[in-house]
Design a protein around this ligand. Structure first.
Ligand code: HEC
Length: 217
């Protein structure tokens, strides 16, 4: 039992005679009776931090403890999903050949899904530059040696997503398969980023000019 009473100010006043400090005769100062009971904690030997944690845990009870743990787990999940959303938002709406994380993601996808036809060096299959009026053209180069610069990023994206056939003349057989079912938007943009990371600055510039011409009509 520890008694705490406020003293200093009222003591100083009491020393001045003849001043009642607003108290009625016989009335006692409330603060003189202000005592706080403090139970001596059984965990006294524990460190300050642990003592207050165990005090808080006892105070909360099982339901309160459950609530606190649930809130902590909720906060962690929220933080993880927020940062994941940020990652996908920054990489799912456009291709950035200078974004190393996006490019390396695209590179591993390329090795797994595309290198078989387009070659490890993105150079395409032998004979791609011959004439194929009815289609059946071998895989085209995707690096600077081809003419991929004529397509805007979102057109390259669409060819990978839907395959080449929807963008070809009716009588032409386009052997580029679509990856709509295998790859998510972020994956497709990562592939575009990786493909463009193999282009020279001149090729990037050429694509920009081609896209500007298309937009003018
Ligand atoms: C089964 C073989 C095959 C696979 C696998 C394949 N492609 Fe193709 N791709 C082709 C062929 C063939 C063409 C050319 C079609 C044509 O023009 O007749 C092509 C064309 C393309 C084009 C258009 C090139 C241009 O200049 O018009 C892009 C872009 C492309 N592929 C990207 C990819 C990516 C990225 C992957 C992996 C996700 C991939 N391809 C997987 C065979 C393949």
């Amino acid at each position: 039992m520890v008694g705490i009473s406020k003293r200093s100010r009222s003591d100083r006043r009491r020393r001045r005679p003849g001043i009642r400090h607003g108290l009625l005769p016989g009335q006692r100062r409330a603060d003189r009776r202000l005592t706080i009971d403090v139970e001596v904690d059984p965990d006294e030997e524990l460190g300050d931090g642990r003592r207050s944690i165990s005090w808080a845990a006892r105070k909360l009870g099982p339901k309160g403890r459950f609530l606190i743990v649930a809130m902590l787990i909720g906060a962690v999940i929220t933080l993880i999903s927020l940062s994941f959303d940020q990652y996908t938002a920054s990489s799912s709406s456009y291709a950035d050949p200078k974004n190393e994380a996006q490019v390396s993601h695209g590179k591993s996808l390329y090795t797994a899904n595309c290198a078989f036809c387009h070659g490890d060096d993105l150079g395409g299959k032998e004979g791609w530059d011959r004439d194929y009026p009815k289609g059946g053209r071998p895989a085209l180069p995707l690096n600077g040696s081809g003419a991929l610069w004529r397509l805007a990023d979102h057109d390259i994206y669409d060819v990978i997503k839907f395959g080449g056939q929807p963008f070809s003349p009716i009588n032409y057989r386009n052997d580029m398969p679509g990856f709509e079912l295998q790859l998510a938007a972020a994956d497709l943009w990562a592939l575009v980023a990786y493909v463009k990371s193999t282009w020279s600055p001149e090729m990037i510039e050429r694509q920009k000019e081609a896209v500007a011409r298309q937009e003018q009509g």
